[in-house]
Ligand binder design. Structure first.
Ligand code: MV4
Length: 469
C-alpha cells in the first residue's frame, strides 16, 4: 500500500473574500490541503465561508477592521493552526510588512518574499531594477525628483508630454500627466503632497508619457531554486480609470517575436531580483511596436484565468507548490500557448457610467457550456455591499481562435441572468459586438472610442429618425 504523499501544507488560511477566496479554496482542496476562511460579520453566510473546511470571524464589515486587520488575522492563524496564508489580490496581498509578519511567525506567505514586495512595490526601485536588468525604459528621471529645477531640466531634455508618478503609487494611483510647463512647479508640489497624504511617501519620478499605448502584462512564475519562466501575455487595454474591464490572451498586438522579447525581458528582471512565486510585469507598447517597463504586480491577478485557459496551467495550484519549495515542473521551451481566451469582469455597476449599484440580487443564472468559465461567489439572496468592491464574477470564454472566443463570449453574455442590481454586462455586450474590438486594433483609448462610435451611430439614428418624420 503506497504511503499517502505528505500535504504541501497542514492548513491554509485564505486572507480574502469573494471569488478569489473561492478560487484558492478550490485549488487547495484538489491538492488535499485543508482550508480556513476568514470573514467579516457581514460575510458570515458567504460562499467562501460555506465551502472552506473551517471559518473564523476576524471583525466587523469594514475592511480596516476585518480583511485588513493584521493582528486579528494573525491571531486567527495561530488559534486555528494555519501554517500557510494565501492573501489573494487586493487587501494585504502586496503589503510587505504583512508578508514579513508571516515570515516572522513561521507561516508560509503564498506569494513572493517580503523583500521582493518591498523592492518592487517602490516604483523608483522597481524602475532602477528594470534598468539594471536591461529592460527598455522610457526616458525619465534616474531616481526620485529632487527639486523643481531638476524636473524642469529633465522635461526640457525629454520633451512633453511627461507623466509624474509616485514611488509608492501604482495601478494608476498617484499619477499626473503634464502637457505644458506653465504650472510644472505647482503640479510637482500638488503631486508630492497627494502622494505623501495617500501613501505616506511623497517621492516622485517622471518619465516621457506615451499617448494611446497598449497595456500589456507578462505572467511570470518563479520557484525558490532560481528558475523563472513566462507564460505569455495578457492584453489589458480595455479599462476605465485604471479599472480593467476586459482582458484577453494572446494580445492581438503581439507577434511571436515581440512576445518572446517581452517575455524574456520580464523573466530577466524577476530573476535579477531573486523573485519567487507568481509575478506580473506590466509594460506599455507604443504604436511602433516598442515596449517599455511600467511596473510589477507581486500578487496573483484578477485576470489570471485567461492565462490558465491558453496554457492549461492551474496558476493557484502552481503558486501553492512553489511556496512549498517545489521546483518549476516545466522549462520555458515546454510552455505552449494554445487558443484564445477573453475575460469580462461582471461588476455591480451601471453599464454606462460605471457608478456602483449596490443591492440584493433577486435572480441569478450563470452561463455555461463548452469553453465557458465563471469565477464568482454570488449565491442566492447575494447582497452587493458598498463596503466591498463591486466585482460579481469573472466570465471567461475560450476558443481555438479569437473569432471563436468572441462568439462564445457573446453567447455567454446573453445567457447571463442577474437581476436586482445593474451590471456591466450590457457594456461587455456592446464592446464585444463592436468593430473596434473585433478588429483587435485597439489600445487604452478603447472605452472612449467605443463611446464616440456609439454617439456617432445614435446621432445618425436620430438624424435619420428626424428625417423620417
Ligand atoms: C504610463 C502611460 C503612458 N506613459 N506611463 C501606469 C499605471 C497603469 N495602471 C497605467 N499607467 C500608465 N503609465 C507612461 N510613461 C499610460 C498608462 C496608462 C494609463 C494612463 C492614464 C490613463 C489610463 C491609462 C490606462 C492604461 C495605462
Amino acid at each position: 500500500m503506497a504511503r499517502p504523499k505528505p500535504r504541501l501544507f497542514e492548513k491554509l488560511l485564505i486572507a480574502n473574500r469573494g471569488e478569489i477566496a473561492l478560487r484558492v479554496i478550490r485549488a487547495a482542496r484538489e491538492l488535499g490541503i485543508p482550508t480556513v476562511a476568514i470573514h467579516s460579520t457581514a460575510d458570515a453566510d458567504s460562499l467562501h465561508v460555506r465551502l472552506a473546511d473551517e471559518s473564523i470571524c476576524v471583525g466587523p464589515a469594514s475592511v480596516q477592521q476585518s480583511y485588513l486587520n493584521v493582528p486579528s488575522i494573525m491571531s486567527a492563524a495561530e488559534v486555528i493552526g494555519a501554517d500557510a496564508i494565501h492573501p489573494g489580490y487586493g487587501f494585504l496581498s502586496e503589503n510587505a510588512s504583512f508578508a514579513g509578519v508571516c515570515e516572522t511567525c513561521g507561516i508560509a506567505f503564498i506569494g513572493p518574499t517580503a523583500a521582493n514586495i518591498r523592492l518592487l512595490g517602490n516604483k523608483i526601485e522597481a524602475r532602477a531594477a528594470a534598468r539594471r536588468a536591461g529592460m527598455p525604459l522610457l526616458p525619465g528621471s534616474d531616481g526620485a525628483l529632487e527639486n523643481p529645477r531638476q524636473a524642469a531640466k529633465l522635461v526640457q531634455e525629454i520633451g512633453l508630454p511627461v507623466i509624474l508618478k509616485a514611488a509608492a503609487g501604482g495601478g494608476g494611483r498617484g499619477m499626473k500627466i503634464i502637457r505644458d510647463t506653465q504650472n510644472l512647479e505647482r503640479a510637482l508640489e500638488a503631486a508630492a503632497s497627494e502622494a505623501a497624504a495617500s501613501f505616506g511617501d511623497g517621492s516622485l519620478f517622471l518619465e516621457r508619457y506615451i499617448d494611446e499605448p497598449h497595456h500589456i502584462e507578462i505572467q511570470v512564475v518563479a520557484d525558490q531554486h532560481g528558475n523563472a519562466v513566462h507564460l505569455g501575455e495578457r492584453e489589458c487595454s480595455v479599462q476605465r480609470r485604471h479599472q480593467k474591464l476586459i482582458e484577453e490572451s494572446p494580445s492581438p498586438a503581439l507577434d511571436d517575436g515581440l512576445r518572446q522579447r517581452m517575455g524574456q525581458a520580464a523573466v530577466r528582471l524577476l530573476e535579477s531580483v531573486g523573485y519567487r512565486s507568481l509575478g506580473t510585469v506590466e509594460m506599455l507598447l507604443d504604436d511602433q511596436g516598442c515596449f517599455y517597463f511600467m511596473e510589477v504586480n507581486t500578487r496573483i491577478q484578477v485576470e489570471h484565468p485567461v492565462t490558465e485557459a491558453v496554457t492549461g496551467i492551474d496558476l493557484v495550484q502552481l503558486q501553492l507548490r512553489l511556496a512549498a519549495g517545489e521546483k518549476l515542473p516545466f522549462a520555458q521551451d515546454a510552455v505552449r500557448l494554445r487558443g484564445h481566451a477573453i475575460e469580462c469582469r461582471v461588476m455591480a455597476e451601471d453599464p454606462n457610467n460605471f457608478a456602483p449599484s449596490p443591492g440584493t440580487i433577486t435572480a441569478y443564472h450563470e452561463p455555461g457550456g463548452f469553453g465557458v468559465r465563471v469565477d464568482s461567489a454570488v449565491c442566492e439572496h447575494f447582497k452587493v455591499l458598498p463596503a466591498y468592491d463591486s466585482l460579481l464574477a469573472k466570465l471567461i470564454a475560450r476558443g481555438e481562435t479569437r473569432p471563436q472566443a468572441i462568439a462564445r463570449m457573446q453567447r455567454a453574455l446573453h445567457e447571463y441572468i442577474i437581476e436586482g442590481v445593474r451590471t456591466t454586462i450590457p457594456f461587455h455586450q456592446r464592446a464585444l459586438d463592436s468593430k473596434l474590438f473585433a478588429s483587435g486594433d485597439y489600445n487604452t483609448t478603447f472605452v472612449q472610442k467605443l463611446r464616440e462610435s456609439e454617439a456617432k451611430a445614435n446621432g445618425k439614428k436620430q438624424a435619420s429618425a428626424a428625417d423620417a418624420q
